[in-house]
Write a protein of this length. Structure first.
Length: 112
């Protein structure tokens, strides 16, 4: 995938979760945020796969925290959205808003 390719729906959800979670964004919290807000069950593996793709496109950056102080505690890989990721999210929102424009009252979209 190239940097200019449109974001997938899942990539959008991952980036939005990063924005919401700020410095507390790591695999488990990102997954839980998406599950809570989108009502979908997703795996940590799917989350990390998306994060790797977004990292290759320079939309996210990561860092590893120090191990936590509990016995057997491990370091966590945290993620944050980069400027390019913010731009990609805004562009996705703009495109979808343009697609929806004028269709809110279309009869086919009013049916349950």
């Amino acid at each position: 995938m190239n940097r200019g390719d449109p974001l997938t729906e899942f990539e959008q959800m991952v980036l939005l979760a990063l924005v919401r979670l700020e410095d507390n964004a790591y695999g488990v919290t990102i997954r839980k945020e998406i599950e809570a807000r989108a009502g979908r069950t997703i795996s940590v593996a799917a989350t990390y796969t998306a994060l790797e793709r977004l990292g290759r496109r320079d939309f996210v950056q990561s860092w590893t925290s120090r191990p936590i102080a509990v016995r057997g505690g491990r370091a966590k890989k945290h993620f944050r959205i980069c400027h390019a990721g913010v731009h990609a999210l805004r562009e996705s929102k703009r495109v979808m808003a343009n697609m929806w424009d004028g269709l809110e009252t279309h009869p086919d979209l009013q049916k349950p």
